[in-house]
Design a protein around this ligand. Structure first.
Ligand code: FES
Ligand SMILES: [Fe+2]
Length: 476
């Protein structure tokens, strides 16, 4: 590197204190940056959100009071589309997994080559959970308690001592189905049989992902972390870039969180939103100290790209062009996919989407993740964060098998599991706040027990609150 820099100085207490009082004027926006740099602007970027959420911040009692948990189960988890697994988790006909959300459990099975079905994960005899915590396989779903057996279509096919169950019609009754559909290699369920379709619930999202088919990716890392927070504060922590200054100090020299673009769409059924943060654009907080060249060196180092030659990275535009070219080359070599016609924005920037209540896919190659938070059991104080790192499949569609899920317990950290790599590292940074947020909510003076939300930087949190209140039937 040409310039020595201690990136740990950014975002630490003394750095933040030195920034005290600093404000920005005329902060350029993301699209403006691309235009200024003369870059191709993907249509997805210039297609802006059409929804302006209301400013009705959700009171903390909804995060803390156990009385709302059963209500959320009825009005959200039994009513909304939610991602249950990835198709590659159950690659062969007969493979099945359970999807747990709060106290609910669903069985998701690959019922045919390209078909999936999902059921309430409960035996029709005396309710034993049929699929356990580890994946199962086989063309018969047999209950381990008394051997009632079901086909992959859920139909009951055998009841031992059938003559003793005169009311049971073998071949007619069966497991109780829930809606099941796929998008982008993800298998979704909705327990509400009369709910609008998955397509309706996704709104504009599938259209935007046409050029970024998530079904062409596979799970390279899968991690589940138990956290002592309400699932909603987990969601919110990923809906804005306003926390970067103090939470992700090492990212500031190479990711311009202050230029993040936010967009919301909502037609009354689909509540979706997106943020885009540019890479290789030093954050507004450090822009006077970090040159584009240094941002480029750090980016290449982080993304395991070769160090840039002398002379590259003199401008932001050149740094982005070099990094995108190297990224396309590296991905092309690794996966045999031609990335040369992809925009710089697609290759290096962070495009994070969100669909209510719990699905975050990422567009492009900047950070190709998928994650969500769901409640754990019936406590408002515990949830599970799930992260998957999704890499491109080879051009012939091949990919390594799904790795075993890494479970990270309450008091463990991602860094205790080196195989989780960057996912584990970033998770740790975000976790440093989340449990303290939950404790802080409990410590709030009851007369001011709701957040104050920024007009733009936190617009997606406002939207989340709006969608939540609509689902729960809360008026203001
Ligand atoms: S509970 Fe399933 S067979 Fe008895
Ligand atoms: Fe974060």
């Amino acid at each position: 590197m040409n310039e020595a820099v201690d990136i740990t100085k950014y975002g630490n207490k003394s750095f933040v204190r030195a920034s005290l009082g600093m404000q920005f004027e005329n902060m350029p926006d993301y699209e403006g940056y691309l235009r200024e740099a003369g870059e191709e602007i993907p249509w997805t970027v210039s297609t802006r959100g059409t929804h302006q959420p209301e400013n009705l911040p959700l009171a903390y009692e909804y995060y803390l009071d156990a009385k709302y948990v059963p209500e959320e189960i009825e009005k959200i988890w039994k009513k909304q589309w939610q991602v249950a697994c990835r198709a590659e988790d159950i690659p062969n006909v007969g493979d099945r997994v359970s999807y747990e959300v709060g106290p609910l459990s669903f069985l998701v099975v690959r019922s045919g080559e390209n078909t999936f079905k999902a059921f309430w994960n409960s035996c029709r005899h005396r309710a034993r959970r049929l699929c356990g915590d580890t994946p199962e396989s086989g063309d018969v779903i047999q209950c381990p308690f008394h051997a009632w057996s079901y086909g992959l279509d859920g139909k009951l096919i055998w009841v031992p001592r059938e003559e003793e169950f005169p009311s049971v019609q073998v071949g007619v009754i069966g497991l109780r189905p829930v809606q099941c559909d796929t998008w982008g290699g993800n298998v979704f369920i909705n327990p509400d049989l009369s709910a609008p379709s998955l397509k309706d619930a996704m709104g504009v999202m599938p259209d935007h992902f046409k050029d970024c088919p998530l079904e062409d990716r596979y799970t390279a890392v899968r991690l589940k972390k138990k956290v002592r927070i309400n699932w909603k504060s987990g969601m919110e922590a990923f809906l804005e870039g306003y926390h970067v200054l103090t939470t992700h100090p090492s990212g500031m020299p190479m990711f311009g969180s202050t230029y993040t673009q936010h967009d919301c769409w909502d037609d009354g059924v689909a509540a979706v939103s997106r943020l885009i943060t540019p890479a290789l654009v030093p954050d507004g907080w450090v822009k006077d100290e970090v040159s584009p060249r240094l941002a480029l060196e750090l980016f290449c180092n982080t993304y395991l790209l070769p160090p840039p030659p002398e002379g590259r990275g003199a401008t932001v535009a050149d740094a982005r062009e070099f990094a995108a070219g190297e990224m396309a080359r590296k991905l092309g070599e690794a996966y045999g996919v031609d990335f040369s016609n992809r925009s710089i924005s697609y290759l290096v920037d962070m495009h994070q989407w969100y669909m209510f209540p719990a699905f975050y896919p990422w567009w492009g190659e900047g950070l190709s993740w998928w994650y969500n938070f769901t409640p754990l059991g019936e406590s408002p104080d515990e949830s599970i964060m799930e992260i998957r790192w999704l890499l491109p499949k080879q051009t012939d569609g091949s990919a390594p098998p799904v790795p075993e899920t890494v479970w990270v317990d309450f008091d463990e950290q991602g860094r205790d599991y080196p195989e989780t790599g960057q996912a584990g590292f970033l998770m740790d940074e975000d976790m440093s706040n989340m449990e303290e947020v939950h404790r802080g909510m409990k410590a709030t003076d009851p007369s001011v027990a709701r957040p104050v939300l920024a007009t733009y930087q936190e617009i997606r949190v406002r939207h989340f609150h709006e969608a939540y209140m609509r689902a729960m039937g809360i008026k203001g």
